[in-house]
Design a protein around this ligand. Structure first.
Ligand SMILES: N[C@@H](CCC(=O)NCCCC(=O)O)C(=O)O
Length: 251
């Protein structure tokens, strides 16, 4: 008999260590998925075209595209070459970019966070600022990476939710404080994306996919951090979990 548990694919990053290479994901994404969304998180190895994406789409009820310190390679969005020494993850790009397109086409619920949010924008033809802090009038959205993990994910700036949007439907407050751990951000908006929130400097901080047949939300900040206790984070993961469970019942 079905447990009713929804099974959710979680993106991983190809991380070199000690001469080996690991496909890894921060535990905070897995914990938020399991404990707040109430789904079963399953890591998707960064195998690119070695993965049978159609088999994944047939068996999974949702997808969570996570953050990462690495940047999407600029050639995916007609961007200028990255500065020397920039951290990339071509294995992840080769895995998530085609998968996001298929997930949207098939109408499977998805939640995209930080790098995942940027990947969604690129998949839909948008572009990225490679260093938001160097853009005239833009804030520095980076975090203190030298301190503790708690220092990294402190609440850093307000966002303003767009009235009538998905996020506004989850949260009564129009202005909310969020953490901020990114140097890149949406420049040109991808086709079919609706802005859900803005930072005080006008940077887009969240989007949804207009006309999507399933939950399709992407945010630049990190709702997986403190997901149980932070009101907006909790609402986002619960809404995502509900959408995945609804699909599971129909599968
Ligand atoms: N590299 C991109 C995306 C940023 C991102 O996903 N940050 C999460 C980092 C999580 C961690 O390092 O603990 C950018 O800089 O915009």
């Amino acid at each position: 008999m079905s447990t009713g548990k929804a099974f959710v694919g979680v993106s991983t990053c190809r991380m070199p260590k000690n001469g080996n290479e690991y496909d890894s994901v921060s535990r905070y994404y897995s914990e938020a998925a399991a404990n707040v969304a109430g789904v079963m998180p399953l890591g998707i190895p960064a195998l690119g075209d070695q993965l049978d994406n159609d088999a994944l789409l047939d068996r999974l009820d949702g997808f969570l595209f996570t953050g990462s310190p690495s940047n999407v390679e600029p050639h995916h969005y007609r961007g200028a070459p990255s500065e020397e020494g920039t951290q990339h993850d071509p294995a992840r790009d080769a895995t998530t970019l085609p998968l996001i397109k298929k997930v949207l086409d098939k109408g499977i619920p998805m939640l995209a966070i930080c790098r995942g949010y940027q990947e969604l924008n690129v998949v839909l033809g948008g572009t990225l600022y490679q260093k938001v802090q160097n853009q005239p009038g833009k804030m520095d959205h980076r975090a203190d990476m030298t301190g503790t993990i708690e220092d990294r994910f402190v609440l850093a700036h307000e966002i303003e939710l767009v009235p009538g949007g998905v996020l506004a439907g989850l949260m009564p407050d129009q202005k909310v404080l969020v953490n901020s751990v990114h140097a890149q951000g949406i420049d040109q908006l991808g086709e079919g994306l609706a802005v859900e929130a803005y930072a005080p400097d006008g940077l887009v901080e969240a989007v949804s996919v207009s006309g999507a047949s399933a939950f399709a939300l992407a945010v630049q900040w990190h709702p997986e951090w403190n997901a149980s206790d932070n009101k907006l984070s909790n609402a986002i993961f619960r809404a995502f979990g509900n959408a995945c469970r609804e699909r599971a019942t129909r599968r």
